[in-house]
Design a protein around this ligand. Structure first.
Ligand code: MRU
Length: 380
């Protein structure tokens, strides 16, 4: 996608230096555009844990490149296997909810195991990291096309009227390698000239909506308005929302969806107001082992994120205290929206109902409870 008119992905290899991966450090957006150079698995683990990069797809792609850097480092040591296993464990422990993280690490471990020599393992890890990133971008592009058909269908029932889409948090291109999941249909519709307007919920406590989604929609010229999270129900009641599209950090193969905290309340409000509630996700976010959304591990982050707010003041990143010092605060990163509140899942292979039968019909090659890698899914 474009930043000040120039094409960017969220993560890429540094041209001319095979030991460096570059990424957009999202902690400084929307006020500063900073590119970080990552030179090792340890640094990549920190970038994921401290949310320089975030969002399910990008966490997966970053872990893929982190494993590539780990293999480069391990090739210089005697204990190759222990080194790569330690890096895999370190990366895996960074964030618990997005399933893309362990999906990418397992895919890398399987690929690396196919090489005999260090050179072969490096080549395999390098190719797999690029495949994970390219696949993520291509799958999001396809989600855009399938979601566009849905938007066009709704637009036909409201000829010449503004179409209001509500989205939560950032399931935009910054949460993936390119295009985004929830935003991809919006970008596709915008390109086709549909009169779209997006309600962007700010998404406390880290404000990925007001900081990131608003910024990226602005960069692409999409009309949008930032609202407090608690405004979503009010807007729906007043007929100001035609459609909700959110992303997912982990979706069970039975259709329960873990997404940023607050999503469940929006889904309840959408159901009560008869508004279609879609979840856009690449298949790398589907957990093929987990049946029940209640089993999804929910990240709990530091209380300071809730007690404080941060932003830009006089050209400086500034943190201010909101809650009383003595008050306890709890910071749940995600919640689970049960399948009965979801209208449909928009995947790279099309739209399906949020149930096991319909999901498996789109992905018949997935073994029950197992994982499958290596088909460059840019084929369907
Ligand atoms: O905590 P984050 O920023 O990594 O959370 C991820 C998200 O932005 C959302 O939950 C998003 O809707 C799904 S990730 C594509």
């Amino acid at each position: 996608m474009k930043v000040d008119g120039k094409q960017f992905r969220t993560i890429w290899r540094k041209p001319g230096d095979e030991c460096v991966v570059q990424l957009i450090d999202q902690r400084f957006l929307p006020h500063d555009f900073v590119i970080e150079e990552v030179r090792g698995a340890d640094q990549m683990a920190r970038a994921i844990r401290e949310m320089h990069v975030r969002g399910a797809g990008l966490i997966g792609a970053s872990a893929g490149y982190g494993m590539y850097l780990a293999v480069l480092e391990a090739a210089r040591q005697k204990s190759f296997d222990e080194q790569t296993a330690a890096a895999a464990a370190q990366l895996r422990a960074t964030r618990p909810t997005a399933v893309n993280l362990s999906w990418a690490i397992d895919r890398q471990l399987q690929a690396i195991a196919g090489g005999q020599t260090a050179e072969e393992k490096i080549a395999l890890a390098s190719r797999t990291a690029d495949l994970i990133a390219d696949e993520d971008a291509e799958h999001c592009r396809r989600i855009g096309q399938h979601g566009l058909a849905l938007i066009q269908q709704i637009a036909r029932s409201k000829p010449n009227k503004k179409l209001n889409v509500l989205t939560h948090c950032n399931a935009g291109w910054l949460a993936f390698v390119d295009y985004g999941s929830a935003t991809a249909p919006i970008y596709a519709g915008h390109e086709k000239g549909l009169p779209l307007h997006v309600w962007v919920t700010e998404t406390r406590p880290r404000n990925q909506g007001s900081k990131l989604t608003a910024w990226e929609l602005g960069q692409q010229g999409v009309s949008h308005t930032v609202v407090a999270d608690s405004a979503a129900g009010h807007l729906m009641q007043r007929g100001e929302v035609d459609l909700v599209i959110v992303g997912s950090d982990r979706t069970t193969h039975t259709g329960d969806v873990a997404n940023k905290i607050g999503t469940y309340l929006e889904a309840l409000a959408a159901k009560a107001n008869d508004i279609p509630f879609y979840v856009a996700l690449p298949s790398s976010s589907i957990d093929w082992k987990m049946r029940d959304g209640k089993d999804i591990p929910i990240e709990e982050r530091g209380a300071e994120e809730v007690k404080n707010a941060d932003g830009w003041h006089d050209g400086q990143h500034t943190v201010v205290r909101i809650a009383p010092d003595q008050s306890a605060a709890a910071n749940y990163g995600f919640d689970v929206t049960p399948r009965n509140l979801v209208t449909g899942l928009i995947t790279e292979r099309g739209v399906c109902e949020p149930n096991e039968k319909s999901i498996r019909a789109l992905f018949p090659e997935r073994p029950n409870g197992g994982r499958r890698f290596g088909e460059l899914s840019i084929c369907c």
